[in-house]
Design a binder for this molecule. Structure first.
Ligand code: SF4
Ligand code: FE
Length: 477
């Protein structure tokens, strides 16, 4: 396994084409806006020891980072949920490495299934690639969401054929692909990009039914950095106005400008009827992964309890009640994630898969709970979340004393400590950190309506009606 430092050094060797604020970036690793997100991924290397964060590879028998592991049991799936909570609480942000793990596991199921139907050799190809990822301990970025254009139209019906990523040409050694993937979490911190389809496909969409992996610095891949609230605070110098001093997340718009993919890295090619299964499996694995948000919830609850103490209101009955409520809600996220893992099952290839109904329940729950926690945190912290002066004003030789004097809460706690906790709550509920905590809870791993559709499809309503009617004596046909 790579050390934290080896991971950082490996990123320096990449030659990515990245743009931010209209300029091409040269040194990405040390860029102050990007660096916190890189630190969060680096933490997945830093903490890689023990039963939760590492596993034994079923290919090599070696100890590997769990983020590159293929689940061999429901115990593995449960450990995955625990790892995500642990990492969420350690970084207080999105650590960006789960979607890649979820894509690897999905492909370990789907490539096998395609081979069973068509006699293709995708699975062996995939296993060779997986071995490389595990041996080199790589970060894989899963690229799923296409631009989609007019949402009413299918891929092949769009005015602009590039609204969904597609193959434009077959060459002897591979394929040329064009299109874009949006909301690419952690793209700049990744060694590999794993592309998968974003929706069900029909026969006429088969040029869009493709899956492949490429090194992140492949020629023709262009990254355009996504803005976040308060992102430029990282450029201001100072220390604590960013809230989270160490970690952050990022997203990119990723463009494929006629990118070559060799055949040995193609894992699905026009088998359009498997796209829906791939999408649903990936979505379910990733919906389980949202245990990460219970880890971030741990941080927000910790900050909220602390600010209640610093404000002198921690003993107020309504505050105590709210802290209990925050814990109750937060634990239910983790309960759901562990439950879908525990109820997982073995697939034909040997990979273990979560219970998809429960995974969708997990994620739908996550689209609500963090917003409720954020509301209670803001209520308890008070209006200071959006009104306190900057760190520079606190340090100013002339006016700093006024800031220090009037930002004071209970005695024994410095104004600066109180302001630091406020900034952390601000970041988690309004600033750059809120992107990872709130909109990501809403839209990451699919927006709520996607989970509702899956729940509607999977839930056995008939059985529930039968149970009810038997008890009240209504005769059933
Ligand atoms: Fe992992 Fe959560 Fe970030 Fe998704 S949102 S990559 S599950 S930390
Ligand atoms: Fe996500």
């Amino acid at each position: 396994m790579k050390t934290r430092q080896e991971y950082i050094d490996s990123l320096r060797r990449l030659n990515l084409e990245v743009y931010m604020f209209g300029e091409r970036l040269t040194n990405i690793v040390d860029h102050p806006v990007v660096r916190p997100s890189m630190n969060a991924v680096a933490a997945t290397y830093e903490l890689a020891s023990g039963e939760i964060m590492t596993a034994t590879s079923h290919l090599s028998g070696e100890r590997i980072n769990r983020f590159t592991h293929i689940h061999q049991s429901t115990d593995d799936l449960v450990r995955k949920s625990k790892m995500e909570r642990l990492m969420g609480a350690y970084t207080g942000t999105c650590f960006q490495r789960c979607a890649g793990m979820d894509a690897l596991n999905t492909l370990s199921v789907i490539t096998y299934d395609i081979d069973q139907k068509y006699g293709t050799r995708y699975y062996q190809r995939f296993l060779k690639y997986l071995r490389y990822v595990q041996d080199e301990d790589l970060v894989c970025d899963a690229a799923m969401t296409d631009a989609k254009g007019d949402r009413r139209l299918r891929p092949a019906q769009q005015d602009d054929p590039d609204m969904y990523t597609h193959v434009v040409k077959e060459v002897p050694d591979g394929i040329i692909v064009r299109g874009a993937k949006l909301h690419q979490t952690g793209a700049l911190n990744s060694h590999e990009i794993i592309v998968v389809p974003t929706r069900a496909m029909r026969e006429e969409d088969k040029d869009y039914a493709i899956s492949f992996a490429i090194p992140s610095d492949t020629k023709g891949v262009i990254y355009i950095y996504g803005r976040q609230p308060s992102d430029t605070r990282k450029l201001e110098g100072g220390t604590y106005d960013v809230g989270n001093l160490h970690y952050g997340g990022h997203e990119c718009l990723m463009v494929f400008d006629d990118v070559f993919v060799p055949w040995e890295r193609v894992f699905m090619y026009k088998e359009h009827e498997f796209a829906v299964d791939l999408v649903e499996k990936f979505a379910s694995y990733h919906r389980q992964s949202y245990a990460c948000k219970s880890g971030m919830g741990d941080v927000l609850i910790g900050a909220t309890q602390t600010i209640a103490e610093y404000n002198g209101i921690a003993d107020a009955p309504h505050v105590k009640d709210k802290i209990v409520e925050m814990n109750h809600l937060n634990e239910t996220i983790f309960c759901c994630s562990v439950a879908c893992a525990h109820e997982g099952s073995r697939q034909s290839s040997g990979t273990y898969y979560v219970n998809p109904l429960m995974a969708n329940i997990t994620k739908l729950h996550v689209t609500r709970v963090p917003y409720e926690l954020a509301r209670m945190a803001q209520e308890i912290a008070g209006g200071i979340v959006v009104t306190i002066p900057s760190e520079k004003d606190l340090r100013d030789p002339k006016i700093g004393r006024w800031v220090d004097k009037y930002m004071k809460g209970v005695s024994g706690v410095s104004s600066e400590d109180r302001m630091r906790v406020v900034r952390l709550i601000e970041s988690l509920t309004l600033g750059a950190g809120a992107v990872c905590y709130l909109p990501e809870s809403m839209h990451g791993a699919g927006s709520p309506q996607a989970q509702r559709i899956m729940i509607q499809r999977m839930v056995n309503l008939k059985a529930k009606q039968t149970a009810a009617l038997r008890l009240c004596g209504v005769e059933q046909a």
